[in-house]
Design a protein around this ligand. Structure first.
Ligand SMILES: Cc1cc2nc3c(=O)[nH]c(=O)nc-3n(C[C@H](O)[C@H](O)[C@H](O)COP(=O)(O)OP(=O)(O)OC[C@H]3O[C@@H](n4cnc5c(N)ncnc54)[C@H](O)[C@@H]3O)c2cc1C
Length: 86
């Protein structure tokens, strides 16, 4: 059975932010939060969501690793084109 959830079908407001605005004591984690520009269904996504929620809620001054912009990498784009013709 394949995946039945299509992340591309999501609208930005479908999922809560890890730290929702207007709330003081609540944070969300896992795949079901909105992280702009990140790729869902990865361990990194869940780790990043937890870091965002915990660091912000507890005032922890640690950097969250940058999101790797693979989809904008020229090498990745060339690899995609090459693979699609092999
Ligand atoms: C087959 C498969 C292959 C994958 N391959 C990759 C891969 O190669 N690379 C990659 O980055 N990602 C991969 N993923 C995705 C990745 O595993 C998930 O995105 C990631 O594990 C999600 O982490 P999480 O901590 O948000 O949730 P989970 O890892 O699902 O953890 C949630 C935890 O909460 C527990 N739980 C649930 N309900 C309750 C409850 N009511 N009370 C107490 N505990 C509860 C569950 O038992 C579980 O331990 C794969 C997923 C699958 C299914």
């Amino acid at each position: 059975m394949g995946l039945v959830w299509d992340p591309e079908a999501n609208a930005v407001n479908d999922r809560p932010l890890p730290v929702p605005t207007g709330v003081k004591n609540l944070g969300f984690i896992s795949q079901f939060v909105e992280i702009d520009d990140d790729v869902v269904f990865t361990v990194e996504y869940s780790v990043r969501a937890a870091q965002m929620a915990v660091y912000q809620r507890l005032g922890i001054e640690r950097k969250i690793p940058l999101i790797t912009q693979n989809s904008k990498s020229l090498k990745v784009q060339l690899d995609v084109v090459t693979k699609s013709f092999t």
